[in-house]
Design a protein around this ligand. Structure first.
Ligand SMILES: *[C@@H]1O[C@H](CO)[C@@H](O)[C@H](O)[C@H]1NC(C)=O
Ligand SMILES: *[C@@H]1O[C@H](CO)[C@@H](O)[C@H](O)[C@H]1NC(C)=O
Length: 374
């Protein structure tokens, strides 16, 4: 199956701060208050993009994430460029820290007092030039990790004034390096690459993420979370594209085992890279963000609450309500009225409720790994 690149794109919120007025930090309402983050910086793709792609792309206003039903669960019902019905994990992480939502860097009018979001839907860990050499095309954006890091460098040049000032100013900042890399694999899997070729690709993707962590450390980052990949064999886009008649190909959650093992391989190499980075940079705290584990937890909660586990809320029909020719946001697709009962929003991205449940699970992990104490 050759899924068009557009499926891997996503969207934003106009001015996130209008949606939420944060009360003063308190540890009860804000579990991450013990970490005393005063800023959050995010690099990544559609899992975290809060409005960069729809602003960056000349066709931004025509992207599905720029229109309903994307954003239908937000108080404003506004399509902000976020690839979901509502908020994303990074939004819940900001709220749990007692901070306002982190604004997309491409929003020229936004405030970046409390950090900035550099994530771009569709972005890859490897540069477009590197993907070209593997004959993989990113049809969505060229704003890969290295490009986002250049934006970050330029932003800090203005924000800090000098390297020395940056070290002081960023002392209490949280850096999220990812999730990123998921699209490198998405584009490879859906361009009919052979499995061995894609496996060869994993160390390169991980090396690129490792380099990004070194770069943010050079900017002055002290606390960094590097999230891994989700169990992609559970996502409607993969369940549809790699559908098989062999029951042995599926695990007890009806997820594709081979694809979940692939995600696990990426995550193992990433964890190894993180422990190397930690050894080389003892002055910095670098934590693995266990998005795979968070998703497994989500499945358990979703089962106990009777959620729809595998059919997408918004789509154009089929076994998993995912059809590449009638994707969410395009003619022929409709959205369910109750996305809070679904794990998957559009077949690729999760619902606000799913993201919220995963962050609730991740908070304890973050508190511990980032050494946040009372
Ligand atoms: C990425 O860059 C290449 C080369 O400059 C260009 O041809 C292509 O249209 C760009 N892709 C996107 C999605 O902007
Ligand atoms: C997707 O929709 C087209 C019609 O637009 C249909 O021909 C095709 O069978 C559908 N594919 C799946 C997987 O449901």
């Amino acid at each position: 199956m050759a899924v068009k690149g557009t499926i891997v794109v996503f969207f934003v919120i106009a001015s996130a701060t209008l949606l939420f007025v944060s009360p003063p930090p308190s540890a009860d309402a804000h579990p991450l208050a013990f970490c005393h983050f005063d800023q959050i910086y995010q690099l990544g793709d559609s899992i975290s993009d809060a409005g960069n792609l729809i602003r960056e792309s000349p066709l931004g206003a025509f992207l599905p994430f720029a229109r309903a039903p994307y954003g239908q669960t937000l108080l404003t019902h506004e399509a902000t460029g976020r690839c979901s019905d509502g908020l994303l994990m990074i939004d819940y992480i900001a709220l749990a820290s007692g901070l306002p939502l982190v604004n997309p860097i491409k929003d020229a009018k936004a405030s970046f007092m409390h950090g900035a979001n550099f994530a771009v839907a569709g972005a890859t860990a490897l540069s477009s030039a590197t993907l070209d050499r593997h004959k993989i095309r990113n049809p969505v954006t060229n704003s890969s990790l290295d490009v986002q890091l250049e934006w970050m460098k330029d932003h800090f040049y203005e924000f800090c004034g000098s390297q020395r000032h940056c070290e002081t100013k960023l002392r209490n900042a949280l850096f999220m390096v990812g999730e990123i890399g998921g699209n490198d694999y998405n584009y490879a899997f859906f361009s009919n690459k052979r499995k061995v070729e894609i496996l060869d690709f994993v160390p390169q993707v991980v090396a690129s993420i490792k380099k990004a962590v070194e770069r943010v450390i050079s900017f002055g980052a002290r606390r960094i979370v590097v999230p891994g990949n989700f169990p992609i064999g559970c996502l409607p886009v993969y369940l549809t594209g790699f559908n098989t008649d062999n029951p042995d190909d599926y695990d007890e959650n009806h997820c594709l085992k081979g694809l979940n093992s692939f995600a696990t391989l990426h995550n193992s190499l990433l964890k190894r890279a993180i422990s190397e980075l930690q050894k080389e940079n003892p002055q910095v705290t670098i934590a693995y963000g266990d998005y795979y584990g968070a998703f497994q937890h989500l499945l358990q909660i979703a089962k106990s609450r009777g959620f729809e586990l595998q059919r997408a809320c918004c789509g154009g029909g089929g076994e998993y309500n995912f059809n590449q020719t009638r994707m969410c946001g395009y003619p022929g697709a409709t959205a369910c009225p109750d996305p809070y009962r679904y794990v998957s929003w559009d077949g690729i991205h999760m619902t606000q409720e799913a993201y919220h449940i995963m962050v609730d699970w991740l908070l304890a992990d973050f508190l511990w790994k980032l050494h946040c104490h009372r």
